[in-house]
Design a protein around this ligand. Structure first.
Ligand code: TTP
Length: 387
């Protein structure tokens, strides 16, 4: 296996940390991002570590978070501000390595192979990037350094927040053997259930399963599981200009069956997705709609267009078309994602949507100036309440 030096960096409680940075009065208190205390719908995007002590966590309905942490401060998020900080982070990361792969708004892999001699030890390398993020942006990050991507990401999670963990080749075996399989890259609930059926709970158990059995149960991913259990992960850090998808979802506190309410919720998600898409100078070709029902059954439907788009109208009409194909039961969550990106520079010149583009430019610039989507389309208004 090729030995690399891969650094994974992940900001601590990112949205909450940005809010503390901009509002020092939030320092040291349980701070929950996602909505106000009386928001009936919506979920926690993230929360400060002080709030996590009360059991609050990402993706939890806000109402539950309020009951767990009534003394907490609840605020809506400011996506534009987080994207702005994210851009600054990418600049800092790029100063450390030309090979940076952003994974999400607040985390990235850096290939540091060949840069080792600049630092007395790998710990000093990790410390240097943490200090630069702190001095230039004012935020804390956790860093993991290891010979593979999977291990570097695992390392960055090990001592969160403000962590720094280096995994050296000689330590891999000891670390891996007792690791719960749930920690392996790509193992979600479904895979964990299938592994449990095979009586596999740890990497030690996984190593005792023949490759043929893994291939039969998991298809090609069986090979990945087999390799990860042995510390093998040949994935390179890929320089990508951006994330591979942009999505937004919302969980309701009550379940809805009413088409007009649901389409209004979809329109709101579309506005946020469309704004982020245009902000990153991208056009997408694929729209994915996710719907979760009261019984937790989840349906996702996607469609790919030949012509790339970045306007809300196309995303909305596509999402609605997908929605109309779903047999409706009481809905508890909807999500809209766009993917299959093209940067604007690579698009064909023949683009007849100049007028629409001009309109979105104006809308986005006004919305950028203020903290929320101040100008919205009528379809995002809940018809029952009037304008
Ligand atoms: P994460 O890196 O998963 O979490 P975090 O930075 O808040 O906290 P940690 O210290 O545990 O890494 O997510 C980054 C940001 O993405 C997070 O601050 C808010 C947003 N987010 C959501 O909006 N919804 C979600 O369900 C999750 C997991 C994150």
């Amino acid at each position: 296996m090729v030995m690399r030096t891969i650094l994974h960096i992940d900001m601590d409680a990112f949205y909450a940390a940005v809010e503390v940075l901009d509002n020092p009065e939030y320092q040291g208190i349980p701070l929950i991002i996602g909505g106000t205390k009386d928001s009936l719908r919506g979920v926690v995007a993230t929360c400060s570590y002080e709030a996590r002590r009360f059991g609050v966590k990402s993706a939890m309905p806000l109402r539950k978070a309020v009951s767990l942490c009534p003394s907490g401060v609840f605020i809506p998020g400011r996506q534009k501000r987080y994207l702005e900080v994210s851009e600054k982070l990418q600049e800092v990361f790029s100063a450390f390595s030309p090979v940076v792969e952003p994974l999400s708004i607040d985390e990235a892999f850096l290939d540091m192979t060949g840069c080792e001699h600049f630092y007395a030890r790998l710990e000093a390398m990790g410390q240097a990037i943490k200090e630069r993020v702190w001095s230039e942006i004012g935020l804390r990050a956790s860093v993991g350094i290891a010979p593979t991507k999977f291990l570097a990401k695992l390392a960055s999670e090990m001592e969160k927040p403000d962590g720094l963990v280096v995994i050296r080749p000689s330590e891999i075996e000891r670390l891996l053997i007792s690791l719960p399989v749930k920690k392996l890259w790509g193992v979600g609930e479904k895979t964990a259930d299938l592994l449990r059926d095979l009586r596999v709970f740890t990497v030690y158990d996984l190593r005792r399963v023949e490759l043929s059995v893994l291939l039969k149960t998991f298809g090609v991913y069986g090979q990945t599981l087999y390799d990860l259990a042995r510390g093998i992960d040949e994935r390179k850090v890929e320089v990508t200009s951006s994330v591979s998808s942009i999505g937004q979802e919302t969980t309701f506190d009550e379940d809805y069956l009413d088409f007009s309410i649901l389409s209004c919720q979809i329109a709101r998600l579309v506005e946020k997705v469309g704004y982020r898409l245009r902000k990153q100078n991208l056009k997408a070709r694929t729209v994915t709609l996710k719907v979760r029902f009261l019984d937790f059954h989840t349906v996702t439907k996607s469609t790919t267009a030949t012509v790339p788009f970045h306007d809300d109208d196309t995303i909305f009409s596509t999402a609605l078309r997908l929605f109309s194909k779903i047999k409706l039961k009481p809905v508890r969550l909807v999500g809209v994602t766009v993917s299959n990106f093209h940067t604007l520079e690579t698009l064909p010149l023949l683009d007849s949507t100049a007028e629409a583009n001009a309109l979105y430019k104006v809308l986005d610039s006004i919305n950028t100036k203020f903290d929320d989507t101040v100008i919205r389309k009528g379809r995002t208004l809940d018809q029952r309440k009037g304008p």
